[in-house]
Ligand binder design. Sequence first.
Ligand code: HEM
Length: 448
Amino acid sequence: MVHIKSVPIPEDYDISKRRGFLPDQDPLQNLSSYYASWDAAVKQLPSYLLAGCTRKQLDRIPLLSTDQLTTEAEFQRAYSVLCMLSHAYVWCDGETSPCKVLPANLAVPWAAVSAHLGGKPILTHSAVVMYNWHLIDSEGPADLTNLAVNHTFNGCNDEAWFYLVTVAIEALGGPTVQAIVNGMHAVNELDAEKVAAHMHVLADSIESMTNIILRMFEKCDATVYYRDIRPFFGGWRGNPVLPNGLVYEGVSDIPFEYAGGSAGQSSLLQAIDIALGIHHSPTNVCPMQEATVLDTPSASESEPDADAEDTDTDLDGNMNEEHLAKLRHTPAVDAECSYMSTVRAYMPRKHRHFLSALGKAPSLHDFVKSPHGSDEARAAFDRAVLALSQFRTKHIQLVSTYIVIPASKKSSTIASYRGTGGSSIMPFLKQVRTETLTQLTQCPHPRP
Ligand code: HEM
């Protein structure tokens, strides 16, 4: 008897048929007039940073309640704006001179909005990519010919391009996720022909992502990225200039430790990994310890359960002990951490629940290798695996150009910290690529 496993319905998890994990409607470019001071400040950030008056200006923002936010789109914009304002506040004087206390006018609403979305008050991939774009022609496609960014720190095109290339990749999430769930339904139907067709769609999507990621080089200069953009993504976990983390005034006297933002928090790439049955082992080279990456969530968060109850804060920003416990920092990162499970704590709640549900859905890999599979289905599956491995190869080239090489040219204390981080990131990324290739059904496995 065939055991049918359920396949999650993407729309139940805020995943759009058109745009995957991106919001189905363009993110808002303004909030209601009550939040005019937030909207005005985020638009002025490049000027504040240039004039060197960022903290002085941001200190003038009143402490606003979050109870005027009603829709998810409003919460997403509020989160994005508060991430940018808060990171500008912390890092405006450079990587070596962060503030150690984030004032309550930013900290309190930021913690509340983050809790509502099921994330952490730290800049993430969601903040600067997923919720930070709009279409130039509202009827046109979500691609690089028609995408614009809502906000940047520096006001430079390199920064806008850095975000938009990533948005354009995420925009392929619509057909990608559809191919995955359709392929899983075909497994339940024992239909190898359909599985092959959906795996070819998946491979096409991944190949398009690779073409887009290579376009990063066109308009984002590596020196500008490393010197002027990346520092704003920095976090406060394992960071020698904020060894105890950051105090969120009005939220808790005890500092919180979170590491900074990365496209490694993309739910899309993890969905592809899960679809192809690719497992990522704990690594001896955990990137988040040495670079500006991520922290380790609690055990319950690191293996999120689709059915688990996530609690929200009450929307006026008051944190009860349970909320604070969730926000508080967790045990130090160690060699046993698995980056891929760790970063899920930084994804929107519903998206990490989708990944959890997808992990329990029918295995495409087991199906194509079973007697129900076919040569065609195996070839299509392998094409998708090879496409993902190729994406990772190109991504590694980016990391070399944008981090490892610039880091090697700097010689200060902070630079050597980043340089060490930059270079040790490579074994991690190469391990992830090797783990990808081990899922091939028909070719010999590569040597680790
Ligand atoms: C200049 C561009 C980029 C740089 C410098 C860069 C840097 C990095 C670094 C250092 C890591 C290691 C873990 C971490 O630090 O978070 C990483 C991981 C990752 N990045 Fe990027 N990245 C870039 C662009 C992108 C883009 C456009 C995507 C597309 C979504 C992406 C997706 C990922 C993913 C999925 C991981 C996790 C490892 C993997 O799945 O292979 N990155 N990136």
